[in-house]
Structure formats: structure tokens, C-alpha cells
Write a protein that binds this ligand. Structure first.
Ligand code: MN
Length: 231
């Protein structure tokens, strides 16, 4: 195929202990999937249906990166999250079959321009500018299910400069991973390469220049991000 301009590079994530990489198609994110976080954002965490937003595939940033403090914000937040990597496509996936569509898991940090998100919420505008900016999807190496098995429980924590800020357990999710995969597949044809960031526990907060944020999930290790000066 011929293109009129140079095609963009294929976004991808590292795979643990493998030189081959995981190609990224789309990045879906679940909003308010931990009750305590929903409450801290001023929402009732009752099981209203989950809602989703997206980040561009090329907003991915790797482990150990120093990221420039993003433009147009004075309130950059971390959100430590479990990331699901889809390896097989499907629509209307039954919950009981959903795990068979998952290739692996990773630790993620759903970086958020909280002030722009709050403004969008209050004005009834889309969340994209708060959630979908450059380097907003920090995602560590993907651990294949063939090595880790499926993750339904385990501690998830975030530390900023060594201080514990977020602590939860994967069992605290309002909507489990199989439920999220199943529900998402009713609205979109899931495809290999899709990633799902599954929501964050309570304790989100600000990052400033020079901060080091470490998100950790039992069985998946740590994801380290340093916030550098504005570009
Ligand atoms: Mn999030």
C-alpha cells in the first residue's frame, strides 16, 4: 500500500522478558470502578452501569520514563490501575468466557489533568482534554496470562516520593475484569491490541515537577514515572 505521507509508527507496549512487543490498537478506560474513589470524586458508588472513556493509542508512555509536566494544567494527577491486554477480538462476549479474550495484564497510571477534567464535567463537555493528552497512558510491561494466570485479587498501591498514597485490592473493583470485558464488548467490537485501564482506588492526588510516582500491583511488579519540567 502506498501512503501520501509517512504512516505513523505502530504504538506498542513492552512484554516482560520478551523482545517482541504488544501492538496497541485502542486504550479504553473505566471510570470510577472502586467505591472509595467514586466517593472521593463526589459520586455515589452504587452499581450504576460502568462508563468508559478512551485515550489515544499513541498517548502510551513506558515504565521508568521521565515525562514532561503536561501543558494547560496546574493539577496533574496519578491514578494507579490494573491494565488488561486483549488478545482476541469479539462482540457480546459472555462474562463466563471473557477471560479467554485476555492476553495479559500490566500496571498502569491513568495520568489526568484533573483541572481540565473538572471543567469538562461542569460544562458537560467530553473528558478528552483531561484524559487523552500526550504521555497520559503510562503502561508497564505486559505480563502474559500464560505466566501469571488471571488476576482477580491482590494489592494495588501508589506511592509518590516513597509516601503511600493509594492502597486497595483488585477485589475492591465495583465491576470485575470479566464484567468489564463483557460489558465493553456490547458497545464496541473488541479487537486484539485493545487495552483496558480498569479504574483506580481511592487516594488520587497531584504530581509536581520532580516527583517520582510508583504504582505496584501484586504479581505484576512496579511502574515508575518521574515528572520532569514542562517541555
Ligand atoms: Mn482512571
Amino acid at each position: 500500500m502506498e501512503f501520501v505521507i509517512t504512516p505513523p509508527p505502530q504504538p506498542s507496549a513492552a512484554v516482560i522478558d520478551d523482545s517482541a512487543r504488544f501492538p496497541i490498537r485502542r486504550i479504553f478506560c473505566v471510570g470510577r470502578n472502586y467505591a472509595a474513589h467514586a466517593r472521593e470524586m463526589g459520586k455515589d458508588p452504587d452499581r450504576e452501569p460502568p462508563f468508559f472513556f478512551t485515550k489515544p493509542a499513541d498517548s502510551i508512555a513506558p515504565d521508568q520514563a521521565t515525562l514532561p509536566y503536561p501543558p494547560q494544567t496546574e493539577d496533574l494527577h496519578y491514578e494507579g490501575e490494573l491494565v488488561v491486554a486483549i488478545g482476541k477480538g469479539g462482540v457480546d462476549i459472555p462474562e463466563a468466557d471473557a477471560l479467554n479474550y485476555i492476553w495479559g495484564y500490566a500496571v498502569g497510571n491513568d495520568l489526568t489533568r484533573r483541572d481540565l477534567q473538572a471543567e469538562a464535567k461542569s460544562l458537560g463537555r467530553p473528558w478528552d482534554w483531561g484524559k487523552g493528552f500526550d504521555n497520559a497512558a503510562v503502561i508497564g510491561p505486559i505480563h502474559p496470562v500464560s505466566r501469571t494466570g488471571h488476576l482477580a485479587q491482590g494489592a494495588i498501591t501508589s506511592r509518590v516520593n516513597g509516601v503511600l498514597r493509594q492502597t486497595g485490592d483488585l477485589t475492591d473493583m465495583i465491576w470485575s475484569v470479566p464484567e468489564v470485558v463483557s460489558i465493553l464488548s456490547r458497545s464496541m467490537a473488541l479487537a486484539p491490541g485493545d487495552l483496558i485501564m480498569t479504574g483506580t482506588p481511592a487516594g488520587v492526588g497531584s504530581l509536581t515537577i520532580g516527583d517520582i510516582c510508583v504504582v505496584e500491583i501484586a504479581g505484576l511488579g512496579a511502574l515508575t514515572t518521574t515528572i520532569g519540567p514542562r517541555a
